[in-house]
Design a protein around this ligand. Structure first.
Ligand SMILES: Cc1ncc(COP(=O)(O)O)c(C=O)c1O
Length: 373
């Protein structure tokens, strides 16, 4: 019985061809035509005017937050259930992260909790679309506009997904993406910031590259504390090739997710993320399950059984209010996030990569049903 990894990325001949071109032409660092081409094509795919390619999604978040130039200690609303990169970006920029709990059936930020947490000090909200389903955006965007709150849209996990027929990543003042090996489009490691705002675009571009001065003769006299978060031409070459296949990628991701969903939705001991809502169809970045009833708190045991059956799985994100490091720093003291804490303790995801075969999905389903029924 072969091992089924939690992620199996898939590259093809075109990726090889473009990467070979970088090697042959000697353009393999961050200089080279593919970086600009990838920025142009990817931002246009997301219906944005500008794109800034960076070394990963975490870097994209750090740059995006800094580019807003918010006053120290301004409040930034972030999801409690997401990757730690979001909280890190806010804290590193000397801003105050305020957590929002999530919903049990979407795993996305709870809209009412978001609105409740808005104060006079709220200057930005990071809206993160989780695991393949978008946040129901309308209400939050409307309030943010009225109150002049900036939106950073984290579309790392939903490249190609639509919210009410409009592409995710086209809603924020800035939107960020990740191209890690398990994302819909991969460059190995990589990320992008997209925006329609020329000023923000120029700031992000500058911060990505150590904020070198624009003047040729004054190059090493820097304008700001930036980073070297550049993407290489080799990575961008992969991205350009991958983007050409985005329709196939989305179709296949949905096929995988729907195959799991159909067979597991009747299982009374599992909570699944919504497959379809009035505003979107799940794109299934990963297929997650949350245990309930008699299976509560038996997650680790079940993951071990699956591993013994040669099936790879991964735990859900860990809630921000429970992070070791933030406890040490006394951030999020006495804050409870009941839904995030519950799904984090009882949730894990199943093999979901593009290289997955239908027989393998069926084997995972059969094993899960045996274990959880
Ligand atoms: C929602 C979200 N945002 C940001 C990131 C960070 O991306 P990266 O791993 O490229 O730094 C991730 C990573 O998985 C993510 O899931």
């Amino acid at each position: 019985m072969n091992f089924i990894p939690v992620n199996t990325p898939k590259l093809h001949e075109l990726e090889k061809k473009y990467v070979n071109e970088c090697i042959k032409t000697n353009w393999f660092s961050s200089e080279g035509k593919f970086v600009k081409l990838f920025e142009k094509n990817f931002s246009s795919f997301n219906k944005r005017k500008f794109g800034v390619a960076v070394s990963n999604g975490t870097a994209a978040l750090e740059i995006a937050v800094k580019s807003l130039n918010l006053k120290e200690n301004s409040e930034v609303l972030i999801p409690s259930f997401s990757i730690i990169s979001t909280a890190n970006a806010v804290i590193k920029n000397n801003l105050k992260p305020v957590l929002i709990d999530c919903d049990l059936d979407t795993w996305n930020i709870n809209i009412e909790d978001t609105i409740k947490k808005i104060t006079k000090k709220t200057k930005a909200i990071v809206i993160t679309h989780i695991y393949g389903l978008p946040v129901d955006l309308d209400k939050i965007l409307k309030i943010a506009k009225i109150r002049n709150i900036k939106i950073i849209e984290d579309a790392a996990e939903v490249i190609g997904l639509k919210y009410k027929n409009k592409i995710c990543g086209s809603f924020g003042d800035l939107s960020i993406f990740s191209f890690y090996a398990n994302k819909h489009i991969t460059t190995g490691e990589g990320g992008m910031i997209c925006t329609n705002d020329k000023k923000l675009y120029n700031k992000c571009k500058s911060l990505r590259n150590l904020s070198f001065s624009n003047s040729v003769f004054n190059r090493y006299n820097h304008d700001d504390i930036g980073w070297n978060y550049r993407m290489t031409n080799l990575q961008a070459a992969l991205g350009c090739a991958q983007l050409k296949k985005i329709n196939w990628i989305i179709r296949r991701k949905r096929e995988i997710g729907n195959r799991y969903y159909k067979k597991l939705k009747h299982c009374k001991n599992l909570i699944l993320q919504k497959n379809t809502t009035s505003y979107a169809r799940n794109i299934y970045w990963v297929f997650g399950i949350v245990l309930k009833n008699k299976l509560v708190s038996r997650r680790d045991k079940i993951m071990k059984i699956l591993s013994k059956n040669n099936i790879g799985t991964r735990t859900f994100f860990y809630p921000m209010n429970k992070q070791k490091i933030f406890k040490k720093m006394k951030i999020f003291k006495k804050i409870n996030m009941p839904v995030s804490e519950y799904i984090s303790r009882n949730g894990f995801y199943l093999p979901s990569g593009l290289g997955l075969k239908n027989q393998e999905i069926d084997r995972v389903i059969k094993t899960i049903l045996k274990v959880v029924s």
